[in-house]
Design a protein around this ligand. Structure first.
Ligand code: CA
Length: 363
């Protein structure tokens, strides 16, 4: 009996010693070093250059910065859920995180498209300005809180290409009757111009073109399009990517999972995502031009610019379609107003900065 009491007292002393070893220099008792093992589903094929490798780099950084306390495993499209079910899977807590693009969810949340890209919208640099210093991210978080989600910008491809066609596009008439993979609002503009828009995840594009399920497709830009081999299934490669000038990719975190993280891990996730956001743009900027040379010089791809009158007609349809996303919900109106005001202001400023400089450099 005495021996048992002695052992009990000893164990209490040991427990309290154990606790005291967790005391921080400021004298506060630290949280136990809990390890979080999370899963991240993505809308991209596993390790696809740029879109797929960015989330892998992001979770590596999170693991290192957290000293292994937040360990996230990345899954490609279809490994746990299909590409276009990422939003639901994270919203419902099937997994803790996702990496995708908000315009994929336009059927469920139409106004979310403003947080990826709308046709003739913002460039990558302008998107980052609106989201991070122009009020956009606060609106995005307010919107996604309704779906039990916490979004963080997680990548940007820069200006995309208009896409791959097997015939020349000389007028709007040439788009009529074409079945094209083109997601988001760009797809609606394409439909209003007489085509049929299809929203296919990246991994299904090549086969769909090869088997004639679709006649034309846009994907990203030379770097990714070359990796998919799209030059093997289409002859003409058109620019500029009016439908996506600077699409932001999103990191999604399930709201309950997010709320359970201690503040230092929250800061690590947010910082790693934002680092991935700018790193992806740097990767595309460096790689796209190399890939374009290869497409044109080695694979004899016919590079074409969309005629000005075709772009002008698409633009006037886009203005109407963009305004039409706004519904009776007052938040959707606030998102639209914030975006439009910012767009008008930044266009004016970029006339005398970005555009003026690029023009000056060219001449
Ligand atoms: Ca695209």
């Amino acid at each position: 009996m005495t021996k048992n009491i002695y052992l009990l007292l000893l164990s209490l002393v040991l427990v309290s010693c154990g606790e005291s070893s967790n005391t921080t220099p400021t004298g506060q008792t630290a949280e136990p070093q809990k390890v979080y093992k999370w899963r991240m589903v993505t809308t991209w094929p596993k390790n696809l250059p740029g879109l797929g490798t960015a989330p892998e780099r992001m979770v590596d950084n999170i693991r290192t910065m957290s000293n292994g306390r937040l360990d996230i495993k990345v899954y490609g499209a279809g490994e746990i859920v299909p590409a276009l079910e990422v939003f639901e899977a994270v919203s419902q807590g099937t997994v803790q995180m996702g990496h995708g693009a908000s315009y994929y969810w336009k059927g469920k949340v139409p106004i979310a498209q403003f947080f990826t890209a709308v046709p003739f919208g913002l460039t990558a640099q302008e998107m980052n300005g609106w989201l991070l210093h122009g009020g956009g991210l606060e609106l995005w978080r307010e919107l996604y809180a309704r779906y039990n989600l916490f979004p963080i910008p997680g990548g940007n491809t820069g200006v995309q290409m208009a896409g791959w066609f097997n015939k020349e596009i000389n007028s709007l008439e040439d788009l009529r009757g074409l079945k094209m993979r083109i997601p988001g609002l760009g797809g609606e503009v394409f439909e209003a111009a007489g085509g049929t828009a299809v929203n296919l995840p990246g991994g299904e594009i090549f086969t769909s073109m090869q088997t004639g399920v679709i006649d034309a497709t846009e994907w990203v830009g030379p770097y990714n399009d070359l990796a998919f081999g799209l030059h093997q299934v289409a002859k003409y490669y058109y620019y500029p990517g009016w439908q996506e000038a600077g699409p932001t990719l999103e990191v999604l975190v399930n709201k309950e999972a997010w709320d359970q993280l201690p503040d230092d891990l929250k800061a690590i996730v947010e910082t790693a995502s934002l680092a991935g956001n700018t790193d992806m743009l740097a990767e595309y900027t460096a790689r796209n031009n190399m890939a374009l040379q290869e497409l044109v010089n080695e694979h004899q791809v016919e590079l074409r610019r969309l005629p000005d009158d075709v772009l002008a007609e698409l633009r006037s349809i886009a203005v109407e379609k963009t305004a039409a996303i706004v519904d009776d919900d007052e938040l959707s109106k606030r998102i639209y107003d914030s975006w439009m005001q910012y767009r008008d202001d930044v266009i004016e400023y970029h006339e005398i900065s970005e555009r003026a400089y690029i023009n000056a450099r060219a001449n």
